[in-house]
Design a binder for this molecule. Structure first.
Ligand code: S3P
Length: 181
């Protein structure tokens, strides 16, 4: 059966929120960003949810919103959070409901894109400051290593290194042909 949900996964900085709206427009789908949905529903920034309630609370909330809201949509491109499919059986639920696209990027590229960002709680120290560059790079490497086995189970893999956003969207569209309604 052809599906009508396209999920974007990949590490923080891989381009999910940038590519998502463009891909949705080309497919004549709507776009939704799970992080933004969590922030709207909780009335708080993700960094504050992590600080005040911890990661487990965040993961449970993310999973609840995925199941109760996101998986019920159709004709949507969904930007997942970078860790969504690594928790509980979210990967299975996502793959069952739609086509999962992994936006691949090498660690150096990710590092350059996220090194000044203060809104990614997993990349901050205990005081909420961005990690020093060496530690940040090590953190990216270790998280990527843990997550790749999940990411690589996506239905479509697309490298984003050395490609414009438009080229990446074109490649995804080509790979989606015949797979979605
Ligand atoms: C996370 C990625 C973030 C956000 C949260 C946790 C992760 O989303 O969900 O900070 O575990 O990789 P982006 O991938 O959109 O930055």
């Amino acid at each position: 059966m052809r599906k009508s949900l396209v999920f974007l996964t990949g590490f923080m900085g891989s381009g999910k929120s940038t590519l998502g709206p463009l891909l949705a427009e080309r497919l004549k789908y709507d776009f939704i960003d799970v992080d933004e949905l969590i922030e709207d529903i909780e009335g708080k920034k993700i960094v504050d949810i992590f600080r005040e309630k911890g990661e487990i609370y965040f993961r449970n909330t993310e999973r609840k919103i995925l199941i109760e809201t996101v998986l019920k949509l159709s004709r949507f491109v969904v930007a997942l959070g970078g860790g969504t499919i690594t928790f509980a059986d979210n990967l299975y639920l996502v793959k069952e409901s739609g086509i999962l696209v992994y936006l691949m990027a090498n660690p150096e590229v990710l590092f350059q894109r996220i090194k000044h960002k203060t809104d990614r709680p997993l990349l901050l120290d205990h005081h909420g400051n961005v990690l020093p560059e060496g530690l940040l790079f090590d953190r990216i490497l270790s998280l990527l290593k843990m997550r790749e086995p999940f990411y690589l189970q996506a239905d479509i893999l697309v490298s984003t290194d050395e490609k414009s956003v438009e080229e990446t969207v074109d490649e995804i569209l080509k790979k989606l042909e015949g797979k979605i309604a």
